[in-house]
Design a protein around this ligand. Structure first.
Ligand code: ZN
Length: 151
């Protein structure tokens, strides 16, 4: 278990130091900004959506290691997925990081996103891990106001 935990930490560290899909999308069809006031994490997400499917994604932002790793891993996880698939994935991810099981079991097939399981032990960090998802959902709806982790 501790080996697994170290592996998870390595992956979070790697993605926070070398984020994937960072930058702007010239032909973005959808965009949203997100902000987590509790930590100061900021993220901007550009999407190219075609026929209800994510064709491409880029992000910009500044934040803590968890929020940066979260958005980096998210960009890898959602490419090619539909809006509905993303909502389901977010439900499972939310269950994973909060330790709840509201979205019907199976926390498997989260793939690399499972690395955030340890976050549940740090309630403050849950918002760092979910900011990118709130921002992604806002982008899919093309919301103009800044997405926030606070309701
Ligand atoms: Zn943070």
């Amino acid at each position: 278990m501790s080996e697994l935990r170290e592996l998870y930490q390595d992956m979070i560290l790697d993605h926070s130091q070398h984020p994937r899909n960072r930058g702007k999308l010239e032909k973005a069809t959808h965009h949203a900004d997100g902000f987590n006031p509790l930590c100061g994490d900021k993220v901007k997400i550009d999407l190219m959506v075609d026929n209800g499917t994510i064709k491409d994604i880029r992000f910009e932002g500044s934040g803590c290691a968890i929020s940066t790793a979260s958005v980096s891993l998210l960009t890898e996880a959602i490419k090619g997925k539909s809006e509905r698939e993303i909502e389901i994935l977010f439900g499972k991810f939310h269950d994973l990081v909060t330790g709840k099981n509201e979205n019907s079991g199976e926390s498997d097939n989260l793939g690399k996103l499972a690395v955030f399981q340890g976050v549940r032990e740090f309630p403050m960090r849950v918002k760092c891990a979910t900011l990118s998802w709130h921002t992604l959902l806002a982008a899919l709806k093309n919301e103009k106001k800044v997405a926030t982790t606070e309701k």
